[in-house]
Design a protein around this ligand. Structure first.
Ligand code: NAD
Length: 511
């Protein structure tokens, strides 16, 4: 698919302003992002970032829209989200290709990301008819109690570069059926995907007569627009996806004004490979988990903890697979691994490899950066396997690159100790045929992560379950299950349907 077709069908132009509330695009700063393909360096477009005044315009529109949007019955809001899902189905091919072009993940993963948005729209449509609270038995005669959920307000959504469309979809589909308006600050590394998504939604919302500001985008630097958004008392909920460093800052600023956050931060995900397991399955899961998306998923497999009796054999087979990885143009169907997002990410990769060696690690495969050429930027690296101890400082932090640290274990208790001995707690997995090992892994003394899988790798998740992690991953949950509750305000009601006044706990107050 050509760039011209992608741009035409998604309403993109060579130069674009970076703020929108539904009508025209605007931006009045002098700060222009030059967007280049991470694979080839080809100029994709230029986007003017929003100024402080643009941010205020967006927020005013969002607040105004909320007053109207919250009054629509939730099933009607769900019907509009259903139409967003239909529009995404129609644009799936071009939007998936744009994700691949701008972010660098291979095409099948770009398409999968759009499918995730379609899935969460479907989920949200059903949810719109079931934003339910319980009715409760009152201790007082003639009284009844219930809980209700009301729309919350303007939700701020801050997203990372690596899922440039899906994470926004996870948040907005739920926020909209809950009656909230949304303001999106996407990563400045992937602004074109954000503009394309907003264009798709604008068409649907305008057709349905929704007020401008129901969905808004404000592209700008974290230090400028991001900081304004998190400090803004008009935004009761900030849902932020990104690094732990960013999350600590956002948690502190939003917490200081007693706002709410959903924090989806870095992972340090491990796969335990038991000697009693389907080795082929474990191999496939480790391979996809570590090499897929060039190691740039929050759920990428970063550590492999292998039973000592199969350690050498397993690694030999894994290294064979690594040697066959086709690295190149993410839009070419033969490619298995595309580039890293930019040269900064390559520098992080080089730093991590050097640190691992300095800290006692041995490179078993890869470790090098591919040289730049006319068709290729210096953003391609070799998928890398390093044997190292879990306690090495570099293993304790997340490097957003295809580096897999491998280590061995003797007993399950030891494997679990190693597994949980990192500051992050996002995704985890064990490959085992033993019911006892699987049960232990999923129990209170097993994995301490928000996601724990058996005979399924760490990387990727379906939208039906709550998604997120513990410890430095931030504790937030997005997507399925009962996550919609985070986007609403809860109210407990007591109704006296009889004449007599009764005070709770039998208190008497006679007059
Ligand atoms: P990043 O932290 O550099 O940036 C994420 C977003 O935060 C960007 O939009 C950025 O502009 C914004 N930001 C930065 N500083 C800010 C501030 N002070 N105030 C407000 N906004 C600010 O992350 P990245 O490099 O884009 O993405 C990679 C990271 O994201 C990895 O750590 C990865 O694990 C994490 N991630 C986590 C999940 C999850 O669900 N847990 C999903 C995807 C990515």
């Amino acid at each position: 698919m050509t760039k011209a077709r992608i741009f035409r069908e998604l309403g993109l132009r060579a130069t674009m302003p970076g703020a929108n509330c539904g009508g025209e695009w605007f931006a009045s700063s002098r700060d222009v992002i030059t967007v280049r393909s991470p694979a080839t360096g080809e100029l994709l477009g230029k986007v003017t970032q929003a100024s402080a005044a643009d941010y205020q315009r967006v927020l005013r529109a969002s607040q105004k829209a909320f007053a109207e949007f919250r009054a629509l019955p939730a099933p009607r809001r769900g019907e509009i989200v259903r139409q967003v899902g239909v529009a995404l189905r129609e644009k799936k091919d071009v939007l998936g290709a744009l994700v691949s072009l701008e972010m660098g993940k291979i095409l099948t993963e770009g398409l999968g990301e759009v499918q995730e948005m379609i899935d969460i729209c479907d989920f949200a449509v059903g949810q719109a008819r079931f934003l339910s609270g319980p009715t409760l038995q009152s201790e007082r005669p003639g009284h009844r109690m219930m809980e209700q959920w009301h729309p919350l307000g303007t939700v701020g959504i801050i997203t990372a570069f690596n899922f440039p469309v899906a994470v926004w979809g996870w948040n907005t589909a739920l926020a909209w059926v809950c009656g909230d308006t949304t303001v999106w600050k996407p990563s400045s590394k992937t602004p074109l995907c954000a503009i394309a998504c907003q264009n798709i939604v604008n068409e649907v919302f305008a057709r349905n007569g929704l007020p401008e500001g129901t969905s808004a985008v404000v592209i700008g630097r974290g230090a400028m627009i991001g900081e304004r958004l998190i400090a803004d008392g008009r935004i009761p909920l900030v849902s932020a996806t990104g690094s732990t460093r960013m999350g600590k800052r956002i948690g502190a600023v939003v917490g200081a004004r007693l706002g709410r956050t959903i924090l989806e931060l870095g992972g340090n995900n491990a796969l335990i490979v038991s000697e009693r397991c389907d080795l082929d399955g474990a191999l496939a899961s480790a391979f996809f988990g570590a090499v897929g998306t060039a190691g740039q998923r929050c759920t990428s497999t970063r550590r492999l903890i292998i039973h000592e009796s199969i350690y050498r054999r397993f690694l030999r087979r894994l290294i064979d697979l690594y040697a066959r990885v086709n690295i190149g143009d993410p839009l070419d169907p033969r490619t298995l691994m595309g580039p890293l997002i930019d040269e900064g990410a390559v520098a992080d990769f080089e730093h991590a490899v050097a640190a691992a060696v300095a800290q006692g690690g041995t490179i078993l495969y890869g470790g090098k950066v591919k040289r730049a050429s006319r068709q290729r930027r210096r953003t391609f690296v070799e998928p890398t396997i390093i044997e190292i101890a879990n306690r090495a400082p570099i293993v304790q932090s997340e490097t957003f690159a295809p580096i897999l640290y491998v280590m061995k274990y003797r007993t399950l208790a030891q494997a679990l100790r190693i597994h949980n001995d990192v500051p992050q707690g996002l995704s985890s997995a064990i490959y085992t045929d033993s019911v006892s090992e699987a049960g232990t892994f999923l129990s209170y003394r097993g994995s301490d992560c928000g996601i724990a899988n058996v005979n399924v790798g760490t990387s990727g998740a379906e939208i039906g379950g709550a998604f997120g992690g513990e410890k430095e991953t931030g504790g937030g949950r997005e997507s399925g299950s009962d996550v919609w509750k985070a986007y609403m305000r809860r109210q407990t009601n007591t109704i006296n349907w009889d004449r007599e006044i009764h005070l709770a706990q039998g208190v008497q107050f006679e007059f």
